[in-house]
Design a protein around this ligand. Structure first.
Ligand SMILES: [Zn+2]
Length: 444
């Protein structure tokens, strides 16, 4: 009995985020994400072997692609709700595969629920639980003892929330992922007022995105990313040349900036690739922004080929394509390696992203950069700012919420230690900062 926090995924690795908060005999699950590398490795192997698609919970748990919910099997019947912070796949992507084990509705903001619905439609999966969309800055009761609150925060997808779980034993705040952006390109600033109020009311425990706890900076605003893009797109002469931009498909704010700058260049934006269309349509359906108003969209493989063949004057367009991590089957690598597109010397390719530091990505990007350079393309890399808080944001966030206990999350163990060091620097006693691993349990 009492209040317990049980990390299920994302505490022993970066990915497959999932935390269970138990209050007496009721519980709520926060996030249900994929481990992207393990998931991609597994599904690619399947395709290569032409194997039947075994996507059962048991198999995906075995290959460490989804959170290992078997660690808390005895608690399954107690789970009253599954609450998702945002639409990134490492937070929502496991819902289609494991949420049916629970008799609990799935709650998220409208954009998150739209993205989830699209995945379910594409994968032809039906869930026994309902999907429930809530506005940012709203509260709902999930059981006798648990009330969940969604608080607006900034990140790199629209409608991201910090979740406060209110219980008779105190409030647990789950901030995984976030940044503190005072000038977001889409949506409102973080709800500082409510966060401060929560700090005054008392926060028992804070589960904290610590990915960049070692970086002594404040994360620049998304507005800065827009300025960086402006510098490259408007400040460098691209007359007569193709301009190709690649970024995260779910990063709607970034896509908005790109279309605005394209208009200033008097070029038409064309979004090319399936995953771009998926997120753009979700943003439209969630009532956030309709990026298709001033742009065209080419979704599927065969159409992409036809589209590029028809292009006579590339300097009329900005091509926004998938493949920011040089994934071999995405559009940009195929433009380069499969001659999907005939580049001219000194065409512009802009990477509005950073390389996610995983071995595969690093190797793929090195190869792609080399191939682009061989074609004498002008490369603009790292035109990007992060969606994750850095150390000085962590400090402000902790100061705002004044939690009794801090649980670093979403980071390698070494970086979690950096978060602990920051907490100690701020006056926390070592026994109040808990570096947990998946499957451990913290009794509060
Ligand atoms: Zn995220």
């Amino acid at each position: 009995m009492g209040l317990q926090i049980i990390p299920i995924g994302g505490f022993s690795e970066v990915g497959r985020n999932c935390t269970l908060v138990k209050v007496d005999d009721e519980a709520v699950i926060l996030d249900m994400g994929l481990h992207m590398d393990n998931y991609i490795a597994y599904t690619e192997d399947l395709e290569e072997l032409h194997g039947s698609k075994d996507m059962t919970a048991e198999t995906l748990i075995r290959v460490n692609a989804v959170p290992n919910i078997n660690q808390v099997k005895d608690l399954w019947p107690k789970v009253k709700a599954i609450c998702i912070t945002h639409a990134h796949l490492d937070h929502v992507g496991a819902v289609p595969f494991i949420s049916n084990k629970f008799k609990a509705d799935i709650h998220g903001t409208r954009y998150t629920i739209e993205v989830l619905s699209t995945i379910l439609r594409d994968e032809k999966i039906s869930l026994r639980n309902s999907l429930v969309a809530h506005p940012v800055n709203s509260k709902f009761k999930v059981s006798g003892k648990i009330t969940v609150e969604f608080i607006n925060i900034t990140h790199s997808v629209p409608q991201t929330v910090v979740i406060a779980v209110h219980t008779p034993y105190g409030t647990v705040v789950y901030a995984n992922d976030f940044k503190l952006d005072n000038a977001p390109v889409i949506g409102e600033k973080p709800n500082f007022k409510r966060l401060e109020q929560l700090g005054k009311e008392g926060v028992k425990a804070l589960i904290l995105d610590s990915l960049y706890a070692h970086t002594a900076m404040k994360t620049p605003s998304e507005n800065i990313a827009k300025e960086m893009l402006k510098d490259v797109m408007l400040g460098v002469n691209s007359q007569g040349k193709a301009v190709v931009v690649t970024t995260f498909s779910s990063h709607i704010a970034r896509l908005k900036s790109i279309t605005e700058l394209a208009r200033k260049l008097r070029r038409r934006t064309v979004f090319i690739g399936r995953s771009l269309s998926k997120y753009i349509l979700a943003a439209k359906d969630a009532g956030i922004i309709d990026l298709t108003k001033n742009a065209d969209m080419v979704r599927y493989g065969s159409k992409v080929e036809k589209f590029f063949k028809k292009i006579k004057n590339p300097s009329k367009y900005v091509f926004v394509v998938t493949g920011h991590q040089a994934e071999p089957r995405a559009v940009l690598p195929r433009m380069v390696n499969n001659n999907l597109y005939r580049f001219d010397e000194e065409d512009h390719v802009i990477f509005s992203c950073s390389v996610i530091p995983v071995e595969n990505n690093i190797i793929n990007r090195e190869k792609l950069d080399a191939a682009l350079k061989k074609k004498k393309i002008r490369l603009f890399t790292d035109v990007h700012v992060s969606g994750h808080a850095f150390r000085e944001d962590h400090r402000d966030f902790i100061r705002l919420l004044k939690p009794t206990h801090i649980l670093p999350a979403h980071a390698e163990p070494k970086v979690m230690e950096d978060m602990k060091e920051l907490a100690l620097e701020m006056g926390y006693k070592p026994d109040k900062v808990h570096i947990l691993k998946n499957g451990m349990q913290l009794n509060l």
